[in-house]
Design a binder for this molecule. Structure first.
Ligand code: FES
Length: 105
């Protein structure tokens, strides 16, 4: 069963930044770029560090893991640089009535 959660107002996240939220039992990293939102699992696939503490690369639509510097596509979850070699799960995220909705399956 998918878990759909309104995690925050869009304005609660500054453009070009990320925040962590619990959706069901999953820790999700929600990223805002302009008025677009993305959601990926908040655990780096290399080691157990939060991607939401990393830097958002707006033009590339990627987030950089602050620990060892791998970047991950916010659209596919695929790592774009080493040392991570596995993707992170990507979730559906959208804005409804000014609120960010995330769906975790
Ligand atoms: S923990 Fe993320 S790249 Fe190492």
């Amino acid at each position: 069963m998918p878990t759909t959660t309104r995690v925050a107002k869009l304005d609660d996240i500054e453009p070009g930044t990320a925040k962590s939220f619990e959706v069901g039992r999953v820790r999700v990293c929600v990223v805002r770029i302009g008025d677009d939102v993305y959601a990926v699992n908040d655990r780096c696939s290399h080691e157990d560090y939060s991607l939401s503490d990393g830097e958002v690369w707006e033009d590339e639509r990627e987030i950089e893991c602050w620990k060892h510097g791998s970047t991950f596509s916010l659209e596919t979850g695929e790592p774009q640089s080493l040392p991570a070699t596995k993707p992170v799960p990507v979730y559906e995220a959208r804005v409804e009535d000014g609120e960010i909705v995330v769906e975790v399956r």
